[in-house]
Write a new protein. Structure first.
Length: 350
């Protein structure tokens, strides 16, 4: 009996190097775009590095952005891992923000104890409830969840716009709510920065998602349903329940991201509270291979890009959209690299 370890080892090495190689290629291609625009790419990248980890304040700002990216990335990654295509994390984030601010401005003001936790719980409920619409339509009527969740994104964003211009608008000219009570605001972790306790919540969520997916029978059932719904049904798994539960958990995690923006960053609900975290989360989930650990590292990387791009703009006048271009380049090269890896190791017919 002979054993060969060469092929699995080569496959592992290549699949490990793909994210690194794709990131480097993305930086090179984006560098040429900067050169074409008359900018020095090395100076630009140096400013991104300085603006993201150049000091305590810069590092804190990176982790603030990482918090929202990680939570939405986990929400999308969890659903994708279970083969439920939740593209609605942005809308679920917005509804989570609504839940947090409504409870903070009403009930929590009267019950100051555990105000932060209560607001987060309601954000989870609102986020899960918004995702449940797609879950019910998918599980009961077979409606494509991609279409539903995409449309729900726009409804949620416009609904927040409606609220801050109307029912929840604070006195004044700005379309925003009143400040939430201090008892509902997430505490700052490092003095002199905006880094709040939501970052710890995001890390805890990553650990919890990992445990649910890979260490529980429920997680196994959810993943099995995604891989083969018919076989799972024959095995006694309730397929409809699994689809709905997947979207409920995914929506709840995205809702926490909305709570962190309301309770830790802005301390109120306002128009455009998210710069597209729920959409960027799709890229993060794919690059992180739908695994909590991978998603965590990619979220930190993207958080650094978004944070550092501001200094690049202030110093060189380069639009911060170049960071979005870089993110898109990373995804494109990652998909190409993944295709190459699968083609390279595809079993040839005997």
């Amino acid at each position: 009996m002979s054993l060969s370890f060469a092929k699995p080892t080569t496959r592992t090495i290549i699949r490990t190097l793909i994210p690194i190689g794709t990131a480097l290629l993305a930086f090179v291609v984006t560098g040429f775009l900067l050169l074409a625009g008359g900018f020095d790419p090395l100076e630009a990248y140096g400013l991104i590095l300085q603006g993201s980890v150049g000091g305590v304040r810069e590092g804190g700002e990176t982790l603030v952005r990482t918090t929202s990216l990680l939570l939405t990335g986990l929400a999308v990654g969890f659903a994708f891992r279970c083969r439920v295509w939740n593209i609605g994390a942005e809308g679920q984030l917005y509804f989570g923000a609504i839940g947090a601010v409504v409870i903070a401005l009403t009930v929590v003001g009267q019950i100051p104890v555990f105000g932060v936790i209560i607001a987060i719980i309601f954000a989870m409920i609102f986020g899960a409830g918004w995702a449940a619409i797609a879950g019910v339509l998918k599980s009961r009527l077979g409606v494509n969840e991609i279409i539903v969740t995409v449309m729900l994104n726009f409804i949620a964003i416009l609904f927040v716009d409606f609220l801050v211009h109307g029912a929840l608008k604070a006195p004044g000219f700005e379309p925003q709510t009143a400040l939430i009570p201090l008892t509902s605001q997430l505490p700052i972790l490092i003095e002199g920065t905006r880094l709040h306790a939501g970052f710890l919540v995001a890390i805890a969520a990553a650990v919890l998602i990992y445990l649910i997916l890979f260490k529980t029978k429920t997680g196994f059932s959810l993943r099995a349903t995604g891989v083969n719904p018919k076989a799972s049904g024959y095995a006694g798994i309730n397929v409809k329940r699994s689809i709905l539960l997947t979207l409920l958990i995914s929506g709840a995690v995205a809702g926490i991201a909305g709570a962190c923006l309301v309770q830790g960053v802005n301390d109120r609900l306002l128009v455009g509270i998210s710069p597209g975290y729920g959409f960027i989360a799709i890229i993060i989930a794919l690059l992180g291979r739908e695994h909590p650990l991978g998603i965590t590292f990619v979220a930190i990387f993207f958080g650094a890009l978004m944070s550092g791009a501001n200094l690049m703009y202030q110093t060189m006048g380069i639009p911060v959209a170049i960071a979005e271009t870089l993110q898109a380049m990373v995804l494109i090269f990652a998909l190409v690299g993944e295709f190459f890896a699968r083609w390279k190791f595809k079993e040839a017919p005997k």
